[in-house]
Design a protein around this ligand. Structure first.
Ligand SMILES: C[S@@+](CC[C@H](N)C(=O)[O-])C[C@H]1O[C@@H](n2cnc3c(N)ncnc32)[C@H](O)[C@@H]1O
Length: 220
């Protein structure tokens, strides 16, 4: 499998995977089906998070004892599957995603993994869906992996909805290295957000060089 991180050679990516807990058959089949869709040009080959990032997010969800989680940008459901597996039996994950087609794929694997009872999907544009949620509905963990120009609004809307110490994870915050020389509106939005978050006293912030950059925000 090709590395998802521009920071890793193929050999290092293989080593990282060999040194991490192996994926099970459900995950292997989901990765293979999504890769086949990408081969046929039906999906982006870079959308899905790397297997080791999925394992990390599952471990993190369990380690912080998250019970309620939210994801913005679900695609074929791999990151959601990992978060859901890290939740307790009575935990819940709310997924905001605009494409029903991707969710049809995701649901098959959530069923197989026995976590579909923990996952709700709200189809449509993520920002209005997020704004519609009552402020009393709080989350322990959030994963943001949708349109990059939307990230500032997602972070702002999430702040009031996170429990104290709640964790927000932002994906692709290194933009394949283009944070140093932004080329697109997405790149420029992430550069501005990275600078703003580092100076925002409401969050404890670290940008980890994991995959394509994974920023962790802890609500103070
Ligand atoms: C990078 S993919 C998510 C990958 C997923 N987290 C995984 O690991 O497989 C981004 C997803 O966000 C969705 N998306 C992008 N912009 C959106 C928006 N404004 N509202 C809702 N969904 C959006 C896309 O349809 C796509 O499925």
């Amino acid at each position: 499998m090709t590395p998802r991180s521009f920071l890793l050679t193929q050999e290092l990516a293989d080593h990282v995977r060999a040194a991490s807990e192996p994926v099970d058959d459900v995950v292997a089949d989901l990765l293979a089906e999504t890769a086949a869709m990408a081969e046929r040009g039906e999906a982006s080959p870079t959308y899905q998070i790397a297997p080791e990032q999925g394992t990390f997010m599952q471990l993190l969800t369990r380690a912080v004892g998250a019970r309620r989680a939210i994801e913005i940008g679900t695609f074929t459901g791999f990151s959601a599957l990992c978060i859901a597996r890290g939740l307790p039996e009575d935990g819940s994950l709310l997924c905001l995603e605009r494409s029903a087609g991707w969710i049809d794929v995701a649901r098959r694997y959530w069923e197989r993994a026995g976590v579909s009872g923990r996952i709700d999907v709200r189809l449509g544009e993520a920002l209005p869906s997020l704004r519609d949620l009552p402020l009393a509905e709080t989350f322990d963990l959030a994963f943001v992996d949708a349109d990059k120009t939307g990230y500032p609004d997602y972070v702002e809307e999430l702040h009031g909805r996170m429990t104290p110490n709640g964790l927000v994870l932002l994906d692709n915050t290194l933009r394949g290295g283009r944070v140093l020389a932004p080329e697109t509106d997405d790149d420029r939005a992430v550069v501005r957000l990275n600078a703003a978050l580092a100076a925002d006293p409401r969050w404890e912030t670290v940008l980890l060089p994991v995959s394509d950059g994974l920023t962790l925000l802890r609500k103070r």
